[in-house]
Ligand binder design. Structure first.
Ligand code: ATP
Length: 492
């Protein structure tokens, strides 16, 4: 599949900034690489995405509960989880440009170029070698492969490489006021461990029976080396993770179940099937027995948005050993104790937002009296759009603003709305299109006589007249999460 995409990432980045979705962090100081701030509409969109995920996990599954663990955890957590020893990238520096790269990415990019040049067999051979070297963690072999293939630094165009080195991705900081002797602690690189260490607390206090899940939304931090592509790869990002605890031996069944359930969830958001795919992992993370990614076709190619991982009893077992506290579950049906196995679903909230923006960003040529014009709008699902409706008086006199304000007041408890009375009605529609508001309600002179308004739908630009007293029900039906969640096949 080609990487051609109608929307360039650059236009989406520019739109996100210009219309109040995402800003570069600390921009007045020229930004902080791979860190971004959510602007007013972006923050609202993000909240909607999180609420939708939260509802679909906890409200639609009677056996999934939510929690919210702290970002900071005891440092031994990360020893036990394997992150101190194994959560790393293999890096190489070019001595001329002084730039640092992930060695696997350099080699993969090289094979992609070979494939484009029609040398697919050679590319496959190199990829197979890369996998083998990574598996063996053969750093010298990786260095040799770089030289053998004459892979150059994209900036210096030389092969003047340092040795390949390990680089841990966790951010370390100090606990306590004094730097001396203070314990090194880490900003969590994933939310999952907060769930694992609380597994028995939740099971006992909320009286859960296996199989059951714990869902969580929260920040994670990774000192990514190759941080590019806007909010796709950030150093501070948000994960929405669910750990599903099962009886050992049922791993395949639940792994398949969650793959299917999460696939259906993305389709229910309205994403086209032909831009999503499921990809098994070639290389498993240190904790995983089996793993697949759900990938979306971004403007820069197919990339992971969500991982579904079979983690066996890896985490609970390691915490049991490290903490010397029993992590076993007593199964009343089997009358036996065991360490449950875990199937994890882990989706990046920010990657979802980028995917939604890529899908929504639309530029269309429309014909107007003055000639052809480009119309730009965000085709966001109404249930996810930051603002659900804008309310306009047609003009700023004849009591139309008062009437429009009255409608605003009556609907504001149910929906995020915008009231706008300045500029021409066409400009006001255009402005709402740019932020993805699905409905614009206009009060005109007829409203004063028959209590009806016009309601314009964003995508079709069609207008219809509607009595004011049915607006609330109309909007509720269109913007409720139910329009998405009811599309999900029912689950046990
Ligand atoms: P990648 O291979 O792209 O680095 P990963 O396989 O390391 O991702 P996981 O550890 O499986 O990612 O994390 C689960 C999810 O968290 C990913 O599917 C992604 O959506 C999100 N995620 C991971 N790293 C980042 C990041 N640096 N910025 C934004 N989202 C991220």
């Amino acid at each position: 599949m080609s990487d051609a995409h109608p929307n360039s990432l650059l236009s989406i980045v520019a739109h996100a900034k210009e219309y109040g979705f995402i800003y570069p962090s600390s921009e007045i100081y020229e930004g902080l690489q791979a860190v971004y701030d959510y602007a007013p509409y972006g923050a609202a969109l993000k909240r909607n995405v999180q609420s939708l995920w939260w509802q679909s996990m906890t409200q639609l599954h009677s056996n999934i509960v939510g929690m919210d663990a702290a970002i900071l955890m005891h440092p031994r957590t990360w020893q036990a989880s394997g992150h101190v020893d194994s959560f790393e990238d293999l890096m190489v520096d070019n001595k001329d440009s002084k730039k640092r790269y992930r060695v696997d990415v350099l080699i993969e990019n090289h094979t992609a170029e070979l494939a484009v040049q029609g040398n697919a067999v050679k590319a496959q051979e190199i990829l197979a070698r890369l996998q083998e070297l990574l598996q063996k963690q053969d750093l010298a072999g990786l260095h040799a492969l770089l030289l053998e293939e004459k892979i150059v630094c994209p900036i210096a165009r030389t092969t003047n490489w340092t040795e390949v080195r390990r680089f841990n991705l966790m951010f370390a900081t100090k606990l306590g006021a004094q730097e001396d002797g203070a314990d090194t602690i880490y900003l969590r690189p994933e939310t999952a461990q907060g769930i694992f260490v609380n597994f028995l607390n939740v099971q006992k206090t909320v009286r859960m029976k296996i199989p059951f899940g714990i869902a969580q939304i929260g920040k994670a931090f990774r000192n990514e080396i190759v941080a590019r592509q806007f909010i796709f790869r950030m150093r501070e990002f948000e994960q929405m993770e669910m750990q599903f605890f099962i009886q050992p031996g049922n791993d395949d069944k639940w792994f398949n179940y969650w793959q299917q359930a999460r696939w259906n969830w993305h389709l229910a958001l309205g994403l086209p099937k032909d831009k999503l795919r499921i990809k098994p992992h070639d290389q498993l993370a240190h904790y995983a027995k089996a793993a697949v990614d759900i990938e979306y076709h971004f403007p820069f190619g197919y990339k992971e948005i969500e991982g579904i991982h079979a983690r066996s009893d890896f985490d609970l077992k390691n915490h049991e050993v490290a903490s010397k506290k029993k992590m076993q579950y007593f199964d009343p049906e089997l009358n036996q104790n065991y360490l449950p196995h875990v199937i994890e679903t882990s989706v990046g909230c920010d990657r979802l937002i980028l995917m939604l923006l890529c899908e929504a960003f639309t530029e269309e040529t429309i014909m107007e009296e003055e000639g052809a014009k480009t119309r730009t709008y965000l085709k966001l699902h109404p249930a996810l759009a930051p603002i659900k409706a804008a309310i306009f008086p047609l003009i700023k006199r004849d009591n139309l603003p008062q009437k429009a304000q009255e409608i605003f007041e009556s609907l504001k408890y149910d929906f995020p709305l915008i009231y706008e009375e300045n500029q021409s009605i066409g400009k006001r529609y255009a402005r709402q299109d740019l932020i993805g508001t699905p409905y614009c309600i206009t009060v005109d002179h007829q409203t004063l006589t028959d209590d009806t308004v016009t309601i314009r739908e964003r995508d079709s630009m069609q207008q219809q007249r509607m009595p004011i007293n049915i607006l609330r029900d109309f909007l509720l039906e269109k913007v409720s999460f139910k329009t998405i969640l009811a599309k999900l096949p029912s689950v046990g």
